[in-house]
Design a protein. Structure first.
Length: 223
């Protein structure tokens, strides 16, 4: 499965506001340059510390102090609010670089600058109870989306692996409009549908065979 990198998405062309909320940060000079960074919740503790350290340093540009404001917001919600013009931010750091591609595709904004330096690399994996994974052949055999699909479609359910008492196979898949893991999972499913490991295209996704693969996987979703 492809590793999805965390990126900083710089929303260029947005006006850097000189207005500040003194109730949030204490006394702030009226001529301060305010930069907002909207980030995904898993970075909250780290970025709060870093933002506070930066603001204490009182960096300046043209004699004006630079103040950074942090906004903790889930990536799916931030993407929707940026697209709709509800969220005005200088920098966006989503959970995964895939959200950047979604926003660029939906918004068509050419004034977007992207950092090519990932903060963290993290895998998205299929997980299940150990006895079930072992019944499917793990760890001697890797388990992929095609194996999951075959199990979903088998009328015997887990009986195909000698455990009829487990019933039919079902799995959980969160909403890819909101969840970073779900969006990454959906991409992984499309990669499995095409047999590719990289360079997935819009044409690959639009293939009837790919669409059917995803629909059939979806029939097993219980949550």
């Amino acid at each position: 499965m492809r590793t999805i990198s965390l990126v900083l998405l710089l929303i260029a062309g947005l006006v850097i506001s000189g207005c500040v909320n003194p109730t949030d940060r204490g006394d702030v000079p009226a001529n301060a340059v305010t930069i907002t960074i909207t980030y995904s919740p898993e970075k909250d503790e780290w970025l709060k510390d870093r933002i506070a350290a930066f603001n204490r340093a009182r960096e300046q540009v043209d004699g004006r102090p630079i103040i950074v404001e942090g906004i903790n917001k889930s990536s799916g919600a931030a993407r929707t609010e940026i697209k709709n013009g509800q969220l005005k931010t200088t920098i966006w750091s989503p959970s995964a670089s895939t959200w950047l591609e979604v926003l660029k595709y939906e918004g068509g904004n050419p004034n977007v600058a992207v950092s090519n330096r990932p903060l963290v690399l993290t895998p998205v994996v299929i997980s299940m109870w150990r006895p079930m994974a072992e019944a499917m052949g793990w760890p001697d055999k890797s388990i992929g989306w095609s194996d999951i699909l075959a199990l979903i479609e088998d009328p015997r359910g887990w009986g195909a692996y000698g455990h009829p008492e487990w019933g039919r196979f079902s799995w959980g898949h969160t909403d890819p409009e909101i969840s970073t893991t779900a969006l990454s999972t959906l991409l992984a499913e499309f990669y499995a549908a095409t047999g590719k490991q990289r360079d997935l295209t819009v044409a690959d996704i639009q293939r009837p065979e790919s669409q059917e693969f995803i629909r059939k996987l979806g029939k097993g979703i219980k949550h």
